[in-house]
Design a protein around this ligand. Structure first.
Ligand SMILES: *Cc1c(COP(=O)(O)O)cnc(C)c1O
Length: 348
């Protein structure tokens, strides 16, 4: 069988046999009645990890982000985030649809805003011309920033600005475990700085489905109602929660391996004659720009011919994401193919 290496995203992972066993063995109940013991266990476990009172299990990170924004804003208010933020770029314009709120887009560096930038976007109070600033949202790691991350000191400094202006701080932590693995910061400390935390177990941690929103009991009570309205009140989803518990217990420690693999790929790309530049690799994402030897479409096709699936990430841009299903053998094969492409003479 031909070796297929899927580097499009860390969402493509499939449950391991041991994870599947944990799923089969799950005790379940109707979660709309609050009776699924495995979901209740997962929500309590994740909340405790991040120093929060409560959690709510949802089908996607988009839903957890959108619920948090809805719960923490009102119509005619404004959310401050980086221009490249997933909540703005990749959630279908959901902030305007779900929350009737406006967005202030900050030009950060590789997805990261400074405290000064955040503060400069806070609107003056009591001026009817402006939307009211109501929420600040960070992304960690930053997807479009090439997996860049905020460390705890940077988060603390932005949190200080938010507290001074009485603004809640939301974390889109779809890849927060990668940020923690790279920075060495503790999840528990995050609870002090963020009012709401969205985490995905379906990315680097390898669960097939599942995200959680974590926050105060009051916030999660509100979130329950919003999740229901969005059609996200689910029933015996404990089979999925069991995969997420398994992922938290077994797949966090290994994330560093994905980061090492991403670095190997970026080192090869740095030395390839078809690459213009590579964003610095800090975690499991490699974003690079091709020179005129290849268009992104032609490059993605050349890789596909060798069983490597990658995603075009804009004109001349390509993204690789490493994850639990990328084996050493797949990495070696990808390195060989990337090196061999140096010898191809390509007419564009
Ligand atoms: C993947 C991702 C999400 C959530 O995506 P879903 O596919 O809805 O689970 C949110 N934020 C970031 C930064 C992401 O990369």
């Amino acid at each position: 069988m031909k070796l297929i290496t899927d580097l499009r995203s860390d969402t493509v992972t499939k449950p391991t046999p041991a994870m599947l066993e944990a799923m089969f063995a799950a005790k379940v109940g109707d979660d709309v009645y609050g009776e699924d013991p495995t979901i209740n266990e997962l929500e309590a476990k994740a909340a405790a990890m991040f120093g929060k009172e409560a959690g709510i299990f949802c089908p996607s990170g988009t839903m957890t982000n959108q619920i948090a924004i809805k719960a923490l804003t009102e119509p005619l208010t404004e959310v401050i985030c980086d221009r490249t933020a997933h909540i703005y770029q990749y959630e279908g314009g959901g902030i305007s649809f779900n929350s009737l709120a406006s967005v202030a887009l900050v030009d950060g560096v590789r997805g990261k805003m400074t405290p000064e930038q955040v503060e400069s976007y806070i609107r003056p109070l009591n001026n009817i011309h402006f939307p009211e600033t109501r929420l600040v949202a960070l992304e960690n790691t930053c997807n479009k920033g090439g997996g860049s991350y905020y460390n705890l000191a940077e988060i603390a400094a932005i949190s200080e600005v938010c507290k001074r202006h009485n603004l809640p701080l939301h974390l889109d932590g779809a890849r927060v475990f990668n940020a923690l693995a790279a920075s060495g910061d503790s999840a528990l400390d995050y609870g002090k700085y963020f009012d709401s935390i969205s985490i995905c177990l379906s990315k680097g941690l390898g669960a097939p489905v599942g995200s959680l929103l974590l926050g105060s009991k009051e916030l999660i009570q509100k979130a329950l109602r919003i999740r229901k309205v969005l059609g996200g009140g689910w029933r015996q989803a404990g089979y999925l929660a069991a995969a997420c518990i398994y992922a938290l217990d077994n797949h966090v420690e290994r994330l560093q391996e994905d980061h090492v693999k991403a670095k190997v790929l970026s080192d090869v790309l740095e030395n390839s004659n078809y690459v213009d530049s590579v964003l610095p690799v800090e975690t499991n994402i490699v974003i690079f720009k091709l020179n005129q030897r290849y268009t992104d479409a032609a490059f993605v096709k050349a890789l596909a011919n060798e069983g490597i699936i990658a995603a075009s990430f804009g004109p001349q841009m390509v993204r690789f994401v490493t994850h639990i299903d990328v084996t050493d053998e797949m990495l070696e094969h990808t390195v060989e193919v990337l090196k061999s492409l140096n010898e191809q003479v390509v007419a564009v």
